[in-house]
Design a protein. Structure first.
Length: 365
């Protein structure tokens, strides 16, 4: 049995989904698992229910923004926790935990450290060139700390090799495929939607522009989730139906009511929501960015698009032909099942850690 500690500040959306999937599988495999986490406004109220009761949780208020005083205090607290826990593996998730954990690694030696960015901060195109340059400089400095990075997609791994370090392994995100209900399709209406928090990264403005261009009888646009007030206002002005925040079970059920899934992200790591949409048998049209392009094989299991006009061009034939939606969705489902099951992800993750699952462990869900 190994002791694995996960450290995460970005405790919501896809990062939360992946951390809970990893931690739960490791607990079922008989490992001792500790989760050191922060809480964000997008952290679901029922987050505890997402974790196996054998996962020990410890709150550490790291904070999203750079704050030297708070960052110093949290770094010291994290170092104290790791000295007390004496884990075999420390797995850091997302930018803030990754920065603090890599600095702590200089003082707390012994565990094997790994860092999963879940989307590289310096690829966030909407932040502007200057801010992205600052993010890249910070990451270049932190890359000098001998920690192995774990990319969640091949294209993210290549960006890390190009800009930061050769110490990177690829372990693709995955989902519990059996938990995802199939999308049977609708009669008399075509529902086009997405799942996730309304936030800068997900580009609600582009989603609203697409909805405006394709607005018409028998076409509905749905955003499953809620979030930033400005983004919600833009979506509502375009006639998009907003569900507001729902838990994962409800989100998956609403996902199954769609006919087409679109992902308008400005940047990604490897989007869990797209994997779930594919597993539900939905055709996917997504922006051509890191992460999305690892999942969407243009013309085979979905389409990649550059801008609103490109989305419209890709969506119109799918709106017009149910059989085209069915065929592309079936190919997407087969692709997801072939490559993105939890067992595949966990085998690669244990190999990265250099540890083996405990014998006679429970099968992964």
């Amino acid at each position: 049995m190994s002791h694995i500690v996960h450290v995460v500040e970005s405790f919501g959306a896809g990062t939360l989904s992946m951390v809970s999937a990893m931690a739960n599988a490791q607990a079922r495999d008989g490992h001792q698992v500790t989760l050191i986490h922060s809480l964000r406004e997008e952290t679901p109220a029922n987050w505890c229910a997402l974790f196996d009761p054998r996962v020990v949780t410890v709150e550490l208020r790291m904070g999203r923004a750079i704050n030297p005083g708070n960052d110093w205090r949290c770094g010291r607290q994290l170092a104290t926790l790791l000295r007390q826990q004496q884990p075999d593996v420390v797995h850091l998730h997302s930018s803030k935990a990754g920065a603090l954990g890599r600095l702590v690694k200089l003082f707390v030696r012994g565990p094997r450290y790994f860092f999963s960015p879940h989307g590289l901060s310096f690829l966030q195109r909407a932040e502007g060139r200057l801010k992205n340059s600052v993010f890249l400089l910070i990451e270049k400095l932190l890359a000098r700390v001998p920690v192995t990075l774990i990319a969640c997609s091949p294209s993210e791994g290549q960006e890390i090799r190009n800009h930061l370090t050769s110490r990177v392994l690829v372990v693709e995100n995955a989902v519990d495929l059996d938990a995802i209900p199939a999308a049977p399709g609708n009669e008399g209406v075509v529902r086009i939607g997405t799942v996730g928090r309304v936030a800068l990264a997900r580009n609600p403005e582009l989603f609203a522009e697409i909805a405006t261009l394709l607005r018409g009888e028998g076409i509905e646009f749905v955003w499953i989730g809620g979030g930033d007030a400005d983004g919600e206002a833009v979506l509502q002005a375009a006639g998009v139906q907003l569900s507001g925040w729902v838990d994962r079970a409800a989100a998956l059920q609403q996902l199954s009511t769609l006919d087409i899934y679109i992902q308008t992200s400005r940047w990604e790591g490897l989007p869990v929501a797209v994997i779930e949409a594919m597993a539900a048998g939905l055709p996917v049209v997504a922006t051509n960015v890191v992460g999305n392009r690892d999942l969407v094989r243009d013309g085979e299991n979905g389409y990649l698009a550059r801008d609103a006009a490109d989305f419209v061009q890709r969506l119109q034939p799918l709106i017009a032909a149910r059989e085209a939606r069915r065929q592309l969705g079936a190919q997407a489902r087969n692709f997801a099942r072939a490559h993105y099951g939890l067992d595949t992800m966990m085998s690669k993750l244990y190999a990265a850690y250099g540890i083996a699952p405990v014998a006679q462990a429970e099968p992964h869900a």
